[in-house]
Design a binder for this molecule. Structure first.
Ligand code: SF4
Length: 255
């Protein structure tokens, strides 16, 4: 039997089972995922439910982590992909666990690996400027994390198997924090999260959706350090985010 068919069959069985137990959503204590009522006995489960079941089945117990400390404990001293071998620190994420705004980057660089905190090098300082000088917010008011939690050697892009291993943790972070908006930073992070190959130059400036949450792709701060003339595009994207959040756009010069 093809793998896809097996997966769909097991998902369908699982959904039938939890319905029989009187539940109308998948068992997560935060933001239950409501399952549409079937129109027939062979109705396929919604794509979101399939994705969530696949997410939870990859790491049983992940769905029970209902706050960030619990998720961090679950991840532990992770060796689930080969990136663990080169890291100094696992870089989980930082910020307000109830933030309405989340920034997602690609993965830790050397400074982040050394400190165990995302976006603390030169690019991180620029991101902090965007948040504090540009948006008039405090860095501690937002939540910042990456697609992969361990530094890829030589700052290479994370490989497919590494993203697949780490992605459930990012998706769970999103489910726990429940931001109103995610800002995706850079080609890799945005393409990984949205599952597309479209260039960032075409994705940025337009709203997308990740697990029911609005996502605004924009350029990575490291790219802006090399191409400062594109700061105006990022500022335009950030203003769009500010408008969506109903926040006043500071009248002073952009970062
Ligand atoms: S990158 Fe993610 S999956 Fe890989 S070892 Fe680090 S925490 Fe684990």
């Amino acid at each position: 039997m093809p793998t896809d068919k097996l997966l769909l069959d097991s998902v369908r069985d699982y959904i039938v089972q939890i319905r029989e137990e009187g539940m109308d959503g998948l068992p997560t204590t935060q933001r239950p995922i409501v399952i549409d009522k079937p129109t027939s006995s062979v109705a396929a489960p919604p794509a979101q439910a399939v994705a969530s079941v696949a997410l939870f089945s990859k790491y049983p117990g992940l769905e029970k982590t209902d706050d960030l400390p619990a998720l961090q404990t679950f991840i532990g001293n992770c060796t689930r992909c080969k990136l663990h071998g080169g890291r100094t620190n696992l870089v989980f994420g930082v910020g307000d666990p109830t933030a309405e705004l989340m920034f997602v980057g690609e993965g830790p660089g050397a400074d982040e690996d050394a400190k165990g905190e995302p976006f603390v090098g030169r690019a991180g300082q620029l991101l902090t400027d965007i948040i504090e000088r540009g948006m008039g917010m405090q860095r501690a008011e937002v939540y910042i994390c990456n697609v992969v939690k361990c530094r890829p050697p030589g700052n290479r892009n994370p490989e497919t198997d590494e993203v697949e291993s780490c992605e459930p943790f990012l998706l769970r972070q999103i489910e726990i924090v429940k931001p109103r908006v995610i800002v995706g930073l850079g080609t890799f992070a945005v393409q990984s999260v949205l599952k597309v190959k479209t260039p960032i130059s075409k994705l940025r400036g337009n709203w997308h959706e990740v697990r029911g949450i609005k996502m605004m792709p924009t350029f990575h701060p490291a790219y802006l350090l090399r191409n400062p003339s594109d700061k105006r595009l990022v500022w335009s994207d950030i203003q769009e985010v500010m408008r969506f959040l109903g926040r006043q756009i500071p009248g002073r010069a952009r970062p």
